[in-house]
Design a protein around this ligand. Structure first.
Ligand code: HEM
Length: 215
């Protein structure tokens, strides 16, 4: 890096950029292209895939430019665009399930230490069923994405992640029903919260793993 800094300073001097020189943008095309040529020659000579340079003078950036490639492994979609869109819609419905879940909690006995235990004032039974109904839609969408990924992609990672999403969803749904019909025991409510957190993690991975080089 230090070597490159020295080299770049040398290149700029060689091309006529001095401490008193105007910004490179204001300089002649030939000065700018010779800087570009020098950086490119340095990059290709050392087989460096990509370089970004910034030249600062008197606290002002007088040139900032990237050369070569910024990304060795482009994030390509591993499934058709429609499947990716379906996965995003599924993630959106997942968010709706989570929001409705907190509304159910806010309508029931675990809504905090407020004097009135139910904060929202909604009928807990009705909001719980609405929450469960959207979960049904969500399960259908997760199955649809899993089948679509299975049929259209050769990525084992994408398939495994969506299998994980389905598994966590089914376990979470089962815990939800059991806790509802057994009077909301605290252990199950805690597990339901843990399941919701795990689902967020697997859903994020599910959407990300539909691309190569996801991170
Ligand atoms: C993918 C499936 C599900 C997810 C992601 C999910 C998520 C959540 C979340 C985030 C909460 C709020 C937790 C809190 O604020 O402490 C919640 C609460 C609740 N969920 Fe679910 N849920 C799912 C399925 C179900 C199902 C199928 C039922 C069945 C009726 C259900 C019943 C409940 C009940 C009763 C509460 C309130 C628990 C309490 O008193 O704190 N959930 N859910």
């Amino acid at each position: 890096m230090r070597l490159f800094g020295i080299l770049l300073a040398g290149m700029l001097l060689a091309t006529g950029v001095s401490a008193t020189a105007p910004p490179l943008e204001a300089q002649s095309d030939s000065t700018r292209t010779s800087v570009d040529r020098l950086v490119e020659r340095y990059r290709t000579g050392r087989k460096i895939p990509g370089i970004t340079i910034a030249v600062v003078r008197n606290g002002h950036v007088i040139k900032a430019k990237g050369y070569g490639t910024a990304d060795l492994e482009p994030r390509e979609l591993l499934v058709p665009h429609l499947v990716s869109t379906l996965a995003w819609v599924t993630a959106g419905v997942c968010a709706a399930v989570l929001v409705l879940g907190t509304i159910v909690t806010g309508s029931g006995p675990h809504s905090g230490d407020a004097e009135q235990p139910a904060r929202t004032g909604f009928d807990p039974r009705s909001v719980a069923w609405l929450h469960a109904d959207v979960v049904m839609l969500f399960v259908g969408l997760v199955v649809a994405v899993l089948v679509a990924v299975w049929l259209t992609s050769s990525s084992d990672r994408a398939k495994a992640t969506w299998r994980g999403v389905l598994l966590v969803t089914l376990l979470q749904g089962a815990i939800g029903y059991v806790q509802y019909f057994t009077g909301l025991p605290e252990v199950l409510v805690g597990l339901h919260m843990l399941g919701a957190s795990l689902l967020v993690v697997t859903m994020v991975l599910g959407v990300m793993n539909l691309r190569s080089n996801p991170l």
